[in-house]
Design a protein around this ligand. Structure first.
Ligand SMILES: Cc1ncc(COP(=O)(O)O)c(C=O)c1O
Length: 393
């Protein structure tokens, strides 16, 4: 059977591939410790689970509006005012099956074949593939560990062409943990206005932020609200990865167009999960700060341990729950003869010989690195980092 060309342009998600490999070894009885997948290890808070049970008991088991329930849109609007100080109308909100789906809806709605979207590397694995799926071209601008992965505005400017339609930002960033500073955000805002670009702002980690840093949504900057699409979701902040609820806030015209697409593709996201997300957003928020405190404590431990490994360098993540050490000084010695996708060979070696699963940096456009998620208990982190240190000793 024939496969359409658009599918040939995309590759399987590296995080999913690593998870499958680790699961395979686990089934063989190997004591694999997984630091590959990006999901909080905490259970979904009780009040949210109870809200889902109540929703089922009360018969909320039918279709809702394709773009999401009015009550959930109201809750998203309310939470956005609380968290970002921004006022939106429910007509400027669309709820989808997770932020990944929201991002695909954006790409499908914004990108014509031949259009270019600037993404900053290291980038989340899915961005380039979704742009390619729509016939667009991801144009990569590199950020570097020695600059704390803050973008160089000159390099962003240089990447703009007549075909550029937008810049995709992710702060706090998966995988680098970078939280973009205010001057950087203001510089990017200036560039977007000057070149009439849309800013796609993936803010899914906005509540997971350390050392009292400030999360800056571009939509809060002068003149930017009308050209920003905020992407967010319940997965990371409320430990609701499996519930599959994400959303976009942006100008009504594009939100309506995305709604038309969703109406003809998936219809509404799961009704019960939508009801649970209303509770997540409007109920008590203490679990969000409690999880953040745990992540910050683990971040400190992980960075300290990684930095103690000879010739491994690790920028301190300002948010999200990933460490992104540069392990390239060990490539010659540990994986001699490999000269392409070396981080993949390294990750395979770590999995096969040391029974720790990490994601190769090449999947994020940064082959000198591997990504370790610290969304794991302290005991697992302690043992995992012992194995990591042993692997590079
Ligand atoms: C940067 C980033 N954006 C979006 C997503 C997707 O989130 P969701 O589970 O809501 O689809 C992830 C999940 O790992 C992510 O890391």
């Amino acid at each position: 059977m024939r496969i359409a060309r658009r599918i040939e342009s995309i590759s399987p998600s590296a995080t999913m591939v690593m998870k499958l490999k680790a699961d395979e070894l686990k089934r063989e009885g190997k004591d694999v410790l997984s630091f590959a997948v990006g999901e909080p290890d905490f259970p979904t808070p009780d009040n949210i689970v109870e809200a889902a049970k109540r929703a089922m008991d009360e018969g909320h088991t039918r279709y809702t509006a394709a773009s999401g329930m009015a009550e959930l849109k109201e809750a998203i609007v309310e939470a956005t005012t609380r968290d970002l100080g921004l006022d939106y109308e429910p007509g400027e909100v669309i709820v989808s099956n997770g932020a990944k789906h929201s991002l695909l809806n954006i790409a499908m709605t914004l990108v014509n074949p031949g259009d270019e979207v600037i993404i900053l590397s290291p980038y989340w694995v899915t961005y380039p593939d979704q742009i390619k799926l729509c016939g667009g071209r991801p144009v990569v601008v590199e950020t570097r560990g020695e600059d704390d992965f803050q973008p160089d505005l000159g390099e962003v400017r240089d990447a703009i062409s007549d075909y550029t339609v937008g810049i995709l930002l992710n702060t706090p960033c998966n995988p680098s943990g970078a939280v973009y500073e205010r001057e950087i955000m203001e510089g990017l805002a200036e560039i977007a206005i000057e070149h009439d670009l849309t800013l796609i702002s993936d803010e899914i980690y906005k509540h997971i932020i350390f050392d009292g840093r400030e999360h800056i949504s571009p939509a809060t900057l002068d003149g930017l609200r009308e050209r920003t699409l905020i992407v967010d979701g319940a997965a990371k902040s409320y430990s609701m990865t499996g519930w599959r609820i994400g959303w976009v806030l942006g100008p009504a015209k594009i939100v309506k167009a995305m709604g038309a697409l969703q109406g003809q593709s998936t219809s509404n996201p799961n009704t019960i999960a939508q009801m649970a997300t209303i509770e997540a957003l409007t109920g008590p928020q203490d679990s969000v700060s409690a999880m953040n405190e745990q992540f910050e404590r683990r971040r400190d431990f992980v960075v300290e341990q990684l930095s103690a490994v000879p010739d491994v360098t690790c920028a301190t993540p300002g948010g999200a729950f990933y460490a992104f050490p540069d392990v390239s000084a060990h490539y010659e010695r540990l994986i001699p003869g490999v000269d392409e996708d070396r981080s993949e060979a390294m990750a395979m070696k770590l999995l096969g010989e040391n029974l720790i699963s990490v994601v190769p940096g090449c999947a994020f456009g940064a082959d000198d690195h591997v990504r370790l998620s610290f969304a794991a208990g302290m005991e697992q982190l302690e043992e995992g980092l012992r194995r990591f240190a042993r692997a590079f000793a």
